[in-house]
Design a protein around this ligand. Structure first.
Ligand code: SF4
Ligand code: SF4
Length: 124
């Protein structure tokens, strides 16, 4: 079961997780053209080997260890991680559409500063 990136990555997007991932399954990387336009990063669900290295690397605790561990108000982003394929315009647009809808649907949560947002997942 793959790890999931959630909304504290929005506005943070520092790629610390990319640097520690042993299988390069988190995209877009900073050296990929898609990086500038991506609102957040995504974990490829079939390439992730569940090693857990990305979780302590993330400065804003954006990464959950499984779909089941991902809070209800972040489950839409499970699909965003699932559909995103770097370099595939259609799936990238779909993922970004989900993220935009998430931002629009969660104004109170998105108003919480990114480093405190993971703690707010339980209360929003
Ligand atoms: S759990 Fe491991 S393989 Fe999966 S995204 Fe994180 S660092 Fe990469
Ligand atoms: S380390 Fe966290 S905030 Fe940084 S890119 Fe990865 S998931 Fe996003």
């Amino acid at each position: 079961m793959p790890f999931i990136i959630t909304d504290p990555c929005i506005e943070t997007k520092d790629t610390a997780c990319v640097d520690v991932c042993p299988v390069d399954c988190i995209h877009p990387r900073k050296d990929e053209a898609e990086f500038a336009q991506a609102t957040m990063l995504y974990i490829h669900p079939e390439e992730c080997i569940d090693c857990g290295a990305c979780v302590p690397a993330c400065p804003v605790a954006a990464i959950y260890e499984s779909i089941d561990a991902t809070p209800a108000n972040q489950q839409d982003l499970v699909e965003a991680n699932g559909v995103y394929r770097n370099g595939d315009a259609e799936t990238m647009a779909k993922a970004e559409e989900i993220v935009r809808a998430h931002i629009a649907a969660q104004p109170a949560l998105m108003a919480v500063p990114a480093p405190e947002r993971q703690a707010a997942h339980a209360t929003h």
